[in-house]
Structures are given as structure tokens and as C-alpha cells.
Design a protein around this ligand. Structure first.
Ligand SMILES: [Cu+2]
Length: 485
């Protein structure tokens, strides 16, 4: 029975070739929705400078040059995406809960937008917060096809300056080649910079097919040429003017393809108020970790004295860092090195265990539980779920509308996997056997050997992606779908 439903959804997804998002938009002419023109977002090629060299990358911008979108909760998300590239593309609205056909996953939600084509989106925004958008097509995300998607709500205050910090990893090596190298057995043969001494054994050691690995976690499969904050390195960082004695809301977005960071506020005291857009009971601190695809909202009180305050992001397990500078008053801005004094540790769930949702899910017993063993190996770079590397023929995991569903992630590998569910927010309810009412979010870190349980309400029928957000893991098959009608 369930597989028949699932089959119907798959068939529907397969039959949407070419038109779904586009044909949907045309008839949407209900009163109120027609009054405003849609916001146009262009998928385009652009140039940036990295380490003093020009780099051709991709982007998602409005015609006036604005990256991504800032809007207001209660507004409809009325957007037209125009693809100016000479290759297909499709944008996913990470963390939002649109109708499934507008979710932007090629081959699951609908077809990609062909070169020169466009697609229309129109759905209500149920909640505010820090979200982002990125290509879900091929390796375009690695070429920086990502942008902020900010939805303001009652948490936003007039006396608070918003500062977005978008983190990314960058390589001059084309992503197809990076993937090829990973499959062949490691990045060590590549031309990029050698691993930092602190990470010494981590990378080169394990990649040769058939080689035995030791029990250490594997961090940072890919050796990058640079880490960017708002497209820039610390050699030429963004300097944001802030008010001495003022308040700042930092919206940190980790749009990296593969890299996790420790956000380092230096001398500033921060207060973490939301993760993945959803409010948490405030956590005070100066360092907060962020896995791939996650977001952090951090409130800062800027001291009264004029000074420059670096906001840094230190690569997990290494010394490499990136960041921006908050400049209060006319303080001189010193050059910040792109390596930290000491290597940062591997990410853990210590912070996750402390997070408590401000608006938790209503307590309820799970109607259905799916266990997802995160499986795979470095040899051949094969990543899978329950030992199945995803293809279009893998049937969706079944569930039914109205159910409370729990997903049990069991990481059997030596790598972390930031797991992302599309179309639904979930709550972290258990870590390594201990139940608690954790954060509501859309992407959760599952470190090596650990077990994390999340719960969600099946309130948005359709065919939805559920996958590891490390780009090359996703591409190699650590991906499944959920389907219900
Ligand atoms: Cu993964």
C-alpha cells in the first residue's frame, strides 16, 4: 500500500519534466497575490578575487545586485528565478516549507530550469528567521551559487543592526575534478596547498583504496584554496561599520560545500538566540560551532569604546580562518592573519545538547520511526544510507499525513554528516540515548559513531529530500526521499 503511494509520488515527480513550477505560477492569480510583482532572482556567472587572483563563480542576485532576498514573515514568497547560465539550474529555498513542487531539487521536486528559462514561485512564509538559498543542481553550490534568504519577524528590533556573515569554502580546482580525485583516493595528489601541519595525518593518510584507517575522525576531505566570508578572505575582509555601544544581530550562514567552523567572536560577548532560524533559549558565549548548511543568530552588544572587532570562523580541526571586521567608531583596522594560533577541535554535540527550543513540538508519541544508518567508506568515496547509495529507483521512505515521525540517524562512519530534511522543520529530541526537548532546526550534525533522533510532524505532503549536506557525500549517494500524499 505504502509503496504504491510512494510510487504515485515518484511517477508524479518524473512526469513533471519541463513545466511544473512554471505552469503552476501562471494560474496563480488570486486577489492579493497579483498586486505585487515577483522579486526577480538571476542565476548568473560573476567574478570575484580570491588570494589576489580572479575567480569565475556563480551567484543568485536581484537585478539591482542584491544577493538573495530579505523579506517579512506574512508576506508571500513571490519570486521569479531567471537562469542566465548556459547550463540547467534549480534553486532550493533551504529551511522553508513550500509546496513540494517548489522546493527546488532537480528530479525530485521538478525539472531544472533550462538555460535562458525561468521558474515562478509563490507560497506563504510561515515563519521568520535566517535561511538561505542554493543550487541543488550538480556541483553549482561549490561555485558559490548560494545567497541569504532572510525573513524578518517580531524578533527584529529597530535598534539592532543586522550583519550577515556568509561562510564558504573555495577552490580554484573545478568541483568535478575535486569529486573525481576523491573517488580515486584523495586530494593529496592535487595541486592545492598542502594540509596545515596541525591537521597533518588527517588527510593524506587514509585515502588510498584498501588502506586501513585508524579510529580518528576524518575531517575536511577536501583541501581548499581559501575560506570566504561574504566572498572575501581575511587578506581583504569586509569591514562593517557598527555603532559604539550599539546592538548587532549577526546572522551567520554556513554555505560551505564541505567545511564546518567554530565562529570566534574574539573580545565580544555573544548570545545565541536562534539556530537554523528557529529561536532557542539564549546561550551566552564567544565561540559557537556551525556545521555545513546551518545558521546561527547571535546578538552582540558592541562596547562603547571605538575599536575593531574581528568576527572569525576557524575551520574545524585546523588553524585556517576567515571572517569579517566590525568597526566601531574610527578605530584602526589591523590585518588579521588567515591562520589562528592553535588548531580548533573537531565539532561535537556539546552545544546541541544545551540548546532548548523556545517553541518545541507538542509532546507526542511517534506514530512512525525510520532508522537511517549513515554508511559508506572513504575507499572509492561511496556514501549511502542503510548501505544504499541513492538513485532515482530507490523508493521513498513511507509516512502518512498527520503523523508524528521520528528519524533516527546512526552514524556508522568516521566522518560527520550534517543531515538536512526538506520541507519540514524538526526538533532534536535525543542524542546518544538521552531524550530532551532540543532545538527546532532543519539541519543536524551527526558526528562519527553517534546517534541523533529528530522528530517532525508530517504536515506538508509531497516528495521530499533528506540527505547529508556535504556536497560530495550527497552527490555520491547519501540521500533518500520521503513521500506521502
Ligand atoms: Cu555526509
Amino acid at each position: 500500500m505504502l509503496s504504491r503511494r510512494a510510487f504515485l509520488l515518484s511517477a508524479l515527480a518524473a512526469s513533471t519534466t519541463g513545466t511544473l513550477a512554471r505552469s503552476q505560477a501562471a494560474p496563480q492569480t488570486s486577489a492579493g497575490a497579483t498586486s505585487a510583482q515577483p522579486t526577480v532572482l538571476r542565476i548568473e556567472r560573476r567574478s570575484i578575487e580570491v588570494n589576489g587572483k580572479p575567480a569565475s563563480v556563480l551567484g543568485i542576485r536581484q537585478p539591482d545586485g542584491t544577493f538573495g532576498i530579505r523579506t517579512q514573515v506574512g508576506n508571500r514568497f513571490r519570486v521569479r528565478v531567471e537562469n542566465t547560465l548556459n547550463e540547467p539550474s534549480l534553486i532550493h529555498w533551504h529551511g522553508l516549507t513550500p509546496p513540494w513542487q517548489q522546493d527546488g531539487v532537480p528530479g525530485v521536486s521538478g525539472p531544472p530550469i533550462p538555460p535562458g528559462g525561468s521558474a515562478d514561485y509563490d507560497f506563504p512564509l510561515r515563519f521568520g528567521g535566517t535561511f538561505w538559498m542554493h543550487s541543488h543542481q550538480g556541483f553549482q553550490e561549490q561555485l558559490l551559487m548560494a545567497a541569504p534568504l532572510i525573513i524578518r519577524d517580531q524578533r527584529d528590533r529597530a535598534d539592532q543592526q543586522e550583519v550577515i556573515v556568509m561562510l564558504a569554502d573555495f577552490s580554484f580546482t573545478p568541483p568535478e575534478q575535486i569529486f573525481e580525485q576523491l573517488r580515486k583516493g584523495g586530494m593529496s595528489s592535487m595541486g592545492g596547498s598542502p594540509p596545515a601541519p596541525a591537521s597533518g595525518g588527517m588527510k593524506g593518510m587514509t585515502m588510498a583504496p584498501g588502506m586501513k584507517m585508524d579510529a580518528k575522525p576524518d575531517l575536511n576531505d577536501v583541501t581548499y584554496d581559501a575560506f570566504l566570508a561574504n566572498d572575501r578572505t581575511l587578506g581583504n575582509p569586509e569591514v562593517v561599520k557598527v555603532e559604539p555601544g550599539g546592538r548587532v544581530l549577526l546572522r551567520v550562514i554556513n554555505s560551505s560545500s564541505m567545511s564546518a567552523f567554530h565562529v570566534d567572536l574574539g573580545a565580544l560577548d555573544g548570545e545565541l538566540t536562534a539556530v537554523d532560524g528557529f529561536p532557542v533559549a539564549p546561550v551566552a558565549g564567544r565561540r559557537f560551532l556551525i556545521a555545513v548548511a546551518q545558521r546561527l543568530d547571535i546578538r552582540l552588544a558592541i562596547p562603547r569604546a571605538a575599536a575593531a572587532y574581528p568576527v572569525l570562523a576557524v575551520l574545524e580541526g585546523e588553524t585556517k580562518q576567515t571572517g569579517i571586521i566590525l568597526r566601531a567608531g574610527n578605530a584602526p583596522v589591523a590585518r588579521i592573519p588567515d591562520t589562528a594560533g592553535t588548531a580548533s577541535p573537531a565539532l561535537t554535540l556539546d552545544l546541541e545538547r544545551r540548546l532548548r527550543a523556545v517553541k518545541p513540538l507538542k509532546p507526542r508519541k511517534a506514530d512512525r520511526t525510520h532508522t537511517l544508518n549513515l554508511t559508506g567508506e572513504m575507499a572509492g568515496y561511496v556514501w549511502s544510507i542503510n548501505n544504499v547509495a541513492w538513485t532515482k529507483d530507490v523508493p521513498p521512505l513511507p509516512l502518512a499525513a498527520g503523523e508524528r515521525v521520528e528519524l533516527v540517524f546512526v552514524n556508522q562512519t568516521r566522518m560527520q554528516h550534517p543531515m538536512h530534511l526538506h520541507g519540514h522543520e524538526f526538533q532534536v529530541v535525543e542524542i546518544d540515548g538521552k531524550r530532551f526537548a532540543g532545538a527546532v532546526r532543519d539541519t543536524v550534525l551527526v558526528p562519527p559513531r553517534s546517534r541523533v533522533v529528530v522528530a517532525f510532524d508530517a504536515n506538508n505532503p509531497g516528495l521530499w529530500a533528506l540527505h547529508c549536506h556535504l556536497l560530495y557525500h550527497l552527490e555520491s549517494g547519501m540521500f533518500v526521499t520521503l513521500g506521502y500524499v
